[in-house]
Design a protein around this ligand. Sequence first.
Ligand code: PAF
Length: 305
Amino acid sequence: MSSGSQPIKITFRPGFTVARSLRSLEKALEEIQARELRLALVPTMGYLHEGHLSLVDVARQHADVVALSIFVNPLQFGEGEDLDRYPRDMERDVKLAMERGVGLVFAPPREEMYPGGEPVVTVDPGSLATRLCGQYRPGHFHGVVTVVAKLFGLLRPQVAVFGRKDYQQAVLIRRMVQDLNLPVEIQVGPLVREPDGLAMSSRNAYLSAQERAQAVGLHQALKAADAAFRQGEGRPEQLLDRARAVLDAHPLLRPQYLELVDPETLEPLEEAREGSVLAVAAHCGSTRLIDNLILGAARSEGGEG
Ligand code: PAF
């Protein structure tokens, strides 16, 4: 694993740039703007996996050049969370990004992003941030939307792509762009799963073999509720009970929440509909995992990855 400030040892392909400072980012952007190329941004915290790389594929469909940012944003980690141990491997990330067709990697050290320490003026994510994960991670979405707004300001992309695994994050970012009239189009890419169904996440690297075997219970729980919905069950409590039964059969999973919510407002529903979102968060050992499923969505529609 390499730290954020170590040199990166890879052979670059022509036209591929790694910017580690705002100055080198500006230089790369000048070239993109001079050539009137459409720029897409895929914001990440690194330790890339197929989930991130599939967002690069989506980005490539919407732009001429794809920029991928790698920044473990301290603002979105709470007290006692995993900021210091968050997995990092810059050299591997840069190689994977380059191989997938990214043209520009922006990987600033913390001092470049927050030269004066914590920013004084930040973005308030409002009431949507108090739902689901926000109940258990106070301040998290405040940090997320603030850094995303900053990345939009720095890179000025025409398009930005976020993953559906972080469903609440994607809803909040769409809402920020809408409410603040930010000139960027938001695309949400599919949720990518391991062959057994576990949602891909950089944090899966923390799981022991035993935990990894039980982590798949999250997806199985969501699928059980979806199966009941497809058989005609529309009562949220009955659907959640189906999911709870599966979670209970995985003793290493300690659920934080399991909710059936409206896809836009994230408010709990009185009746399940096609398109309602079933969202779950649970600790597996010391690792916090999240997952979600869109009720009734067909795989072919990209609803359920
Ligand atoms: O989803 C993530 O990895 C992060 O929350 C993001 C959007 C890169 C902001 O730090």
